[in-house]
Write a protein that binds this ligand. Structure first.
Ligand code: 0FX
Length: 244
């Protein structure tokens, strides 16, 4: 019996993955689900409530190596240690098209830098969102997309890739491609830096529009400037509606 651990901190993708598992009915394969120990939205999901269900990939590396044939990280907040990725087949479902959009909140940087965007399933190595690519697909980025609307398309693309490659992922029969280049890697601190708007900066309205829509993602408050009258943060986001 194969044992597959699915580590995720994303409620929607967790639900969709579980549905996929019940649709696919893979024989001789047990799926175990877990989330990260700190601040995981899944802590309060009914499936995990009042259960010890989190896994710390750094503290439980040996346990994971001895107990699982495959680990799938799908929007898991933890960075997998070298010992783990080198001793168990670990895959990552990434909300970006590797190697173009590695790192945090890829759609935000894709809007700001006008880069193509999509989703990727890849084998994990010691670097963030790196490693041999199993499958990837672009999504259509529209001029009227916000971070929010683009993110939805990317999550859909992740599930489409999983649907298509599910059996080959479980049975380890897929072929991989080495990423063409290192690509760009954006970190949380790059996102935090973007969020502070400087009222004295002069940019085109086009660039401002891109920045605002890249930082508009309900229910989050991202872009802000400091109110010169009160010294407090003023959060702004954009509403976009194209005429019929
Ligand atoms: O789970 P996830 O969609 O993905 C993030 C990283 O982008 C990904 O590279 C990493 N593998 C994974 C572990 O974490 O993140 P999230 O559910 O926290 O956020 C989803 C989207 O919401 C994000 O793409 C942008 C938006 N967001 C999120 C936060 C927390 C904001 O706009 N502002 C925020 O403060």
């Amino acid at each position: 019996m194969k044992k597959v651990l699915v580590l995720t901190d994303n409620i929607l993708q967790y639900e969709r993955f579980k549905n996929l598992v019940s649709e696919k009915q893979i024989p001789d394969c047990e799926f175990i689900y877990s989330h990260s120990p700190v601040n995981s939205p899944l802590e309060v999901h009914q499936d995990f409530l009042n259960k010890i269900s989190s896994i710390d990939v750094n503290l439980q590396t040996d346990f994971l190596i001895s107990n699982f044939n495959l680990i799938i990280s799908m929007h898991c907040f933890q960075f997998f240690p070298k010992a783990l990725v080198n001793n168990v087949r670990c895959l990552n479902v990434h909300p970006g098209y590797n190697p173009i959009n590695r790192g945090w909140y890829p759609q935000v940087f894709a809007i700001i830098n006008d880069l193509p965007i999509g989703a990727t399933i890849h084998e994990m190595d010691e670097k963030l969102d790196n490693g041999p690519i199993i499958a990837r697909k672009f999504v259509k980025k529209d001029f009227t997309d916000t971070s929010d609307s683009l993110y939805e398309k990317i999550l859909d693309a992740e599930i489409e890739l999983l649907e298509e490659y599910f059996e080959s992922i479980i049975n380890n029969t897929y072929k991989t491609n080495i990423p063409e280049e290192q690509g760009k890697l954006y970190l949380k601190k790059d996102f935090n830096r973007l969020c502070e708007l400087n009222l004295n900066e002069t940019i085109t309205f086009h660039d401002f529009y891109n920045k605002l829509r890249a930082l508009s993602h309900s229910p989050y408050q991202n872009a802000y400037f400091i109110n010169p009258e009160t010294g407090k943060k003023v959060f702004i986001s954009i509403n976009i509606k194209e005429s019929e």
